[in-house]
Design a binder for this molecule. Structure first.
Ligand code: SAH
Length: 214
């Protein structure tokens, strides 16, 4: 075991204990967080902070999400049911897609920045995660060709819920999206037949949900 790998395994174990202390209870989610090496997704210079509870820069003015937020969002969506076919909007460097791959049947992850998507593709390829499909697309439109989804998770903050995302939810499906500008909160939307039940969850901090691809 190299020094970096040994240190990474120890700090990852500490991250799991910290997540427990922060109230994450779902063992499937904790197992998924433990299985995915977060240091694999950050620049070499940031490796020793990879398991801190903070968002880190991944270039292109974007960030890899804070571990607690990733765990909390997946826990909310996993409560009382399986994730099934899952759409992630805002793949970034691919970290959350990798965690989702451990608990979902299949993961479709879209990212609007081509250069970041290439990095995500490389990160996921070296980890040999074969149930994740990546696409460069504007996630505010969902992913019509693969809809409907049992789960939709949005990793960037919108001002309102894009209608396409509600339309692409399967019956019984759940959508979780941060809403707001400076102050943001998670909005949970559950599809029950043709009606939607909506509720507010935790306060969060995400980069903005933009439109178009670059
Ligand atoms: N999920 C990432 C965090 C990504 S940060 C992780 O695991 O760490 C949010 C990402 O959302 C950024 O990469 C940004 O480019 C992307 N994004 C913003 N608006 C988008 C849109 N409309 N469609 C797809 N991706 C979008």
């Amino acid at each position: 075991m190299t020094a970096v790998t040994g240190e990474a395994v120890r700090t990852r174990a500490r991250m799991i204990e910290r997540l427990r202390g922060q109230g994450i209870r779902d063992e499937n989610v904790l197992g998924a967080m433990e299985a995915i090496p977060r240091h694999h997704f950050v620049d070499a210079g940031l490796i020793y902070g990879a398991y801190d509870d903070s968002a880190l820069p991944i270039g292109f003015q974007q960030t890899i999400s804070q571990p607690f937020t990733v765990a909390r969002m997946i826990e909310i969506l996993h409560a009382g049911r399986e994730l099934g076919k899952t759409l992630e909007i805002g793949a970034g460097c691919g970290y959350q897609a990798a965690v989702l791959s451990q608990v979902a049947v299949e993961v479709y992850a879209v990212e609007r920045l081509r250069a970041l998507l290439d990095r995500a593709r490389e990160n996921l390829r070296t980890l040999r995660l074969h149930n994740v499909r990546l696409k460069c697309a504007d996630g505010t439109l969902g992913l019509p060709e693969a809809a409907p989804f049992d789960t939709i998770i949005v990793a960037a903050a919108g001002m309102s819920v894009p209608p396409a995302l509600k339309e692409q939810l399967a019956p019984g499906g759940k959508l979780l999206i941060p809403l707001g500008g400076q102050e943001q909160r998670l909005r949970l939307i559950e599809r029950q037949g043709s009606t939607f039940k909506e509720s507010w969850c935790d306060t969060v901090r995400f980069v903005p949900l933009l439109t178009g691809i670059e």
